[in-house]
Design a protein around this ligand. Structure first.
Ligand SMILES: N[C@@H](CCC(=O)N[C@@H](CS)C(=O)NCC(=O)O)C(=O)O
Length: 202
């Protein structure tokens, strides 16, 4: 088994997940700077030319960071990071989707539409990047209101993939100059909780 991974929030999500589960997987570093993710050999693994990619021993390929995490949840159920009963599983799914659709997508749009790295991948609209940049604090403020009930993690009492996704959004925001507003006490406490885990430096 090999995990093809490298820079960026999606590989980071999987590495954090593996560390939470204490699973050791051989890693292959894919170098964006050298264009390794668009090389013909790599496109055979993932036709979208993106990382991470999990290659199993029988050569089965799994792409999409959350699908890769789900595979490891099945093979290593403890500790559960996708919930442990009907309600908690649904809540984890709900919060992971919300983190991706509300926060990750907004920060991602800023990066996609303003960073030189993506200039050949899409037509960039700098004005859209600016609109999205201004929207980021409002997305965190929404999460702050959600966390005002005092729950420690996004989906409830237990740390989950949803916290990994949203935590990585905080990191991505730092990288692109969109720090979580310091006034948001609930998000600040949650973010510190996530960053203090041993998996954070994965
Ligand atoms: N939905 C995919 C997104 C994968 C993705 O966008 N990976 C980025 C790095 S974080 C990438 O490989 N970007 C290069 C490109 O899209 O050309 C996932 O969750 O794994």
């Amino acid at each position: 088994m090999k995990l093809h991974q490298g820079m960026g929030p999606n590989s980071y999500r999987v590495r954090i997940f593996l560390k939470e589960k204490a699973i050791d997987v051989p890693m292959v570093e894919v170098d964006f700077a050298k264009g390794e993710h668009k090389a013909p050999e790599f496109l055979k693994l993932n036709s979208l030319g993106q990382i991470p990619v999990l290659e199993l021993d029988d050569r089965a390929i799994i792409t999409e960071s959350v699908a890769i995490c789900r595979y490891f949840e099945e093979t290593h159920p403890e500790p559960p990071l996708f919930g442990s009963d009907a309600v908690s599983r649904a809540k984890v799914e709900m919060w992971n989707r919300r983190a991706e659709l509300v926060i990750f997508a907004t920060i991602g749009n800023v990066a996609l539409h303003s960073d030189a790295f993506f200039k050949d991948r899409l037509t960039q609209f700098p004005a859209f990047a600016e609109t999205e940049r201004r929207a980021v604090p409002k997305k965190w403020a929404w999460l702050d209101r959600e966390l005002a009930d005092g729950r420690p993690f996004l989906a409830g009492d237990d740390f989950s993939i949803a916290d990994i996704t949203a935590g990585v959004c905080g990191w991505l925001g730092d990288v692109f100059g969109m720090e979580i507003p310091a006034s948001l006490e609930n998000v600040k406490r949650w973010n510190e909780r996530v960053r203090s885990r041993r998996s954070w430096n994965a």
